[in-house]
Design a protein around this ligand. Structure first.
Ligand code: ATP
Length: 455
């Protein structure tokens, strides 16, 4: 499976378009079309269902993108949220030094290297610029990834605000509010889905690395010394979530951060990697963040962010375990996982998007066998079905082509209306993957489909 194939497929079907296309585009921005926006929503719904609704521990939050800038000072983002930048002296393009080295030598763990070590490798190995082929690099400087702007009509340092580069900090600063208003006891978690922005030096690989993206994050608060137990608990939950969604185990790998590689706030971090077309790369990270964030906000804000255990009367700053997932990276993995070109017995090929029915943009397509004869009844059936799930109606071209069209976009069921429907109110329900058909009355057909789209 190549990246190019999935980009073309996404564009052709209406999953994902290039951003600002009629103006020549804006590099590395993408718009989610009628199908893509539904798939994105379904991914978020699946995550919410698993991590909020069905969890005995977690609640939901929706905090602002713009936060008081002291938040980013306290969290360390202002001073430390940066990537190593180098510039090619020949063609003046800018690159991430760690990525240049990682593509040159895949055996090196670049996250363990200092910027001096990165520079030394760049120069001694004479690593070439991917744009012009020369090897003449400037010294490496740390480039801060936060987007900066002004709040209000006056441009001044006093009005500086940042677009959040992660949703997590909005959770930490609301810790006391949530504790007070939900009467939750530790251990408990707070989930959030929302946009995050990072001024990536080299975005790319389609929707894998963009400057605007969405995160689904959980900050799980627990008693110190129990964090590694909870780490294992959430890692298992993450794996089940992926496998239940249809991600296959053979396409998943894990990378545990070494001592040198760990962020200053973490005592354990594992990345779940997915086999993207360019190799295994990070899909979902889980980090044990200790009490770093709450402590930092307590110090900066002067507000107590500790917890009094009602049973033991012990007072402590909770430790935090954080699974953090990018919506778009999951969406890309789901498309890659589901895309098939299947040879049929008649020698033809059908394109199929074999995704979990819960994720499919449309659950069912209503198809009149013959437009003139079955249209009216089909419209009635459409109305009935659309009350229960996203339904699409299609009456153009032959029934075979319409089936193919639905297979291609991943619609798990097609309901066909024919002469018999007019007589006894039965329809054929065709299943996407097996192409098997059953004949059912409308109400039982609704129940049949409902039972099969559950997550
Ligand atoms: P990477 O090493 O790939 O830059 P990261 O380790 O900086 O990722 P985190 O800060 O752990 O990423 O962010 C959590 C999750 O958010 C990632 O696992 C990924 O799914 C998603 N994510 C991070 N940066 C981007 C981006 N630029 N575009 C799309 N998704 C992203």
């Amino acid at each position: 499976m190549t990246l190019e194939k999935i980009v073309n497929y996404a564009k052709l079907t209406g999953y994902i378009y290039q951003g600002s296309e009629i103006y020549g585009g804006l590099s590395n921005t993408w718009d989610y079309g009628p199908l893509g926006s539904l798939l994105k929503q379904n991914l978020k719904d699946a995550w919410l269902k698993r991590f909020v609704t069905e969890s005995p521990y977690n609640v939901l939050l929706d905090s602002s993108i713009l936060l008081n800038k002291t938040v980013w000072d306290a969290s360390g983002h202002l001073s430390g949220f940066s990537d190593p930048l180098t510039e090619c002296r020949n063609c003046h393009t800018r690159h991430r030094a760690d990525h240049l080295i990682a593509s040159y030598d895949k055996t090196l763990n670049v996250d363990e290297l200092s910027k001096e070590e990165l520079y030394q490798i760049l120069t001694t190995k004479k690593i070439k610029c991917p744009v012009c082929g020369q090897s003449d690099w400037t010294e490496i400087r740390q480039f801060n990834l936060m987007f900066k702007t002004n709040q209000g009509p006056v441009e001044s340092d006093l009005n500086t605000v940042y677009l959040r580069p992660e949703t997590a900090q909005g959770i930490f600063i609301n810790f006391k509010n949530i504790l007070r208003t939900t009467r939750k006891k530790i251990p408990f978690g707070v989930c959030q889905i929302g946009k995050a922005f990072r001024n990536e030096i080299t975005p790319g690989n389609f929707i894998f690395r963009t400057r605007e993206f969405e995160q689904m994050e959980l900050e799980f608060f627990c008693q110190p010394t129990t964090e590694l137990k909870w780490f294992d608990y959430w890692l298992e939950e993450m794996k089940s979530f992926l496998f239940d969604l249809g991600i296959t185990e053979q396409n998943i790998d894990y990378h545990q951060h070494s001592e040198k590689e760990l962020s200053h706030y973490s005592n354990k971090t594992i990345d779940i990697l997915y086999r993207f077309p360019w190799g295994f790369d990070e899909l979902w990270g889980i980090a044990s963040r200790t009490d770093y964030d709450l402590k930092a906000h307590q110090e900066k804000s002067g507000q107590a962010l500790d917890y009094l255990d009602p049973e033991t009367n012990q007072n402590y700053i909770p430790y935090v375990v954080e699974p953090s997932l990018g919506v778009e990276r999951l969406l890309l993995a789901v498309l890659l996982e589901g895309y098939r070109e299947e040879k049929l017995s008649d020698g033809k090929t059908r394109t199929l998007l074999k995704i979990h029915p819960f994720l499919a943009p449309y659950k069912v397509a209503v198809l009149p066998l013959i437009r003139n004869k079955h249209q009216e009844k089909s419209e009635e059936v459409f109305k009935q079905l659309a009350k229960h799930f996203p339904t699409v109606y299609d009456e153009t071209q032959t029934i075979g082509r319409r089936y193919r069209r639905q297979d291609q976009i991943g619609t798990p069921f097609a309901v066909t209306i024919d002469d018999e429907t007019l007589i006894n109110n039965t329809v054929t329900v065709r299943e996407r993957d097996s192409m098997a058909q059953v004949r059912l009355e409308i109400e039982p057909a609704i129940e049949y489909i409902k039972a099969r789209i559950k997550f």
